[in-house]
Ligand binder design. Structure first.
Ligand code: ADP
Ligand code: MG
Length: 457
């Protein structure tokens, strides 16, 4: 059975992980719902247990083993004999911490140390736009390996803007290019958790050695350890040790190092000494790009579903800058449309996403109208508001007049002031012009309808 489970594990966690972590462990016994394994070193046991414990248990259960949990015991024979395969050796005495030897010394690959990397967080799946292009370029550079370029790379930005995605992408890419690299990705929370556990188990040496034996260390959401003094201290030492050895470090945080309150000044200045780049809040274009990319992948899964024109644009306009929320909205749309067997229409979108949309509901302002009209027609605000009489600016300007009149309670002179037109009869003329055109020009009617929906739905 273990042989079968090993096969399944190889498939689900990948060859590298398998040879680095599962290969060294041996099945020992199954008793009282506990499956016991022998490991050549304590460190391997705790690593496997923490990173692959759930997967192993799941595979055991689906292979028909009624296991409740798994345990790892250091194989007493391991120290003496290089090949620890004697299941009849009593696994009693747990020796003091083994020197950490990531991936073993048998040269069979160290592999990615993390089972926790998200398969979908690759560079290919990352949509690049103005707000994230610098962060993306820096991440790419680090992922190319080569002589250490930006060290540390510090990525920061608000929730859901792609920090974790980029870090995982770096890990995947480095792993592909240089399979022998020992890459460790942890959240700052895991870092702290492991440190505290090491303290409790009096195994700080093992902890230090493990973190210092990697080639690339990535710590996500470092703000978590700000104010946690002993963890910060340990982090600082780990950081310095790795930098001294020329190892690559990538850190993320929710703000720039200097702005992190409670973060030790020494750490803040250390973090800032490589490259610090931020991910800006997404803009309309990036959101639309992300939606289109994701919609493309959904089309493979739901080949029959159609999306009505304007829906993605509408969602990109109306949903916040957090990409996770954006993705959630799209997932829901597809699931909902699939369920009721309908095309994804504007009406369905508004119904299905009403709660998310309501959260962003507010009075339409003239500023927003100007902004949306400019985005829609791809013109600069200066051209819309300025004196230019150029024809391709005239229609958008009239559209802005029309929308201000229809969607706000502003008077014609107020609208005139906003749009840089002193004479309020110009405004009236613009509004009428759009109304006339809407009756005869379906493009204009569509534009007006789309803009109106985006602004006020
Ligand atoms: P953060 O760590 O900054 O809070 P994440 O990296 O977890 O954000 O991103 C949140 C979600 O949004 C993830 O599912 C991620 O794949 C997705 N995402 C963020 N930015 C992009 C992007 N530029 N292209 C594609 N997906 C993105
Ligand atoms: Mg994150």
């Amino acid at each position: 059975t273990w042989g079968h489970v090993r096969g399944e594990l190889m498939k689900s966690i990948g060859k590298n992980n398998f040879s680095a972590w599962i290969e060294p462990i041996t099945f020992h016994s199954f008793e009282d719902g506990i499956v016991r394994f022998l490991v050549p070193a304590k460190f391997i046991g705790s690593w496997v247990s923490q990173n692959f414990g759930d997967v192993i248990l799941r595979h055991l259960i689906s292979a028909g083993v009624g296991a409740d949990r798994i345990e790892f015991t250091v194989d007493p024979a391991a120290k003496a004999k290089p090949a620890p395969h004697s299941a009849d050796t009593a696994p009693d005495a747990i020796p003091s911490p083994e020197p950490v030897n990531v991936g073993g010394n048998n040269g069979n690959g160290n592999g990615l140390l993390n089972a926790s990397l998200n398969q979908n967080f690759t560079f290919d799946a990352f949509v690049v736009g103005k707000p994230n292009e610098l962060a993306h370029a820096a991440a790419r550079r680090v992922a190319e390996g080569g002589p250490v370029s930006f060290n540390p790379l510090f990525l920061y930005g608000g929730v859901g803007l792609g920090k974790t995605h980029l870090m995982h992408a770096i890990a995947w890419e480095l792993q592909t290019r240089q399979p022998q690299l020992r890459i460790l990705y942890v959240s700052a929370e895991q870092f702290m958790y492991r440190f505290v556990r090491a303290l409790r188990e009096k195994d700080t040496i093992g902890f230090k050695e493990m973190f210092r034996s990697v080639d690339v260390l990535m710590v996500d959401d470092v703000q978590f350890i700000a104010g946690k003094n002993s963890t910060q201290e340990e982090f600082f030492h780990t950081f310095n040790a790795l930098i001294e050895m020329g190892k690559q470090i990538v850190i993320s945080g929710d703000r720039a190092p200097v702005d992190m309150e409670n973060l030790d000044n020494r750490i803040a200045s250390r973090l800032a000494c490589g490259l610090v780049v931020d991910l800006h809040p997404t803009d309309y274009e990036l959101r639309l790009g992300i939606l289109q990319t994701k919609a493309e992948t959904y089309r493979e899964r739901y080949p029959k579903l159609q999306i009505a024109p304007g829906v993605l644009e509408f969602v990109a306009h109306r949903i916040s800058t957090n990409v996770r929320v954006l993705e959630g909205a799209l997932t829901r749309l597809f699931a909902f449309a699939d369920l009721i067997g309908s095309e994804i229409t504007m009406d369905l979108t508004q119904e299905c996403l009403s709660d998310i949309l309501r959260a962003t509901d507010r009075k339409v302002t003239m500023d927003e109208i100007v902004k949306k009209v400019c985005e829609h027609y791809h013109i600069r605000q200066a051209d819309l508001l300025g004196p230019s009489r150029a024809r391709n600016n005239a229609r958008p300007r009239q559209m802005a007049m029309y929308l201000c009149k229809k969607l706000t309670t502003r008077s014609l002179p107020e609208i005139g002031l906003k749009l840089g037109r002193r004479d309020h009869t110009t405004i009236l003329h613009g509004v009428r012009k759009i109304e006339e055109l809407m009756a005869v020009d379906s493009q204009i009617a569509e534009d007006a309808e789309l803009l109106r929906r985006m602004l006020e739905a």
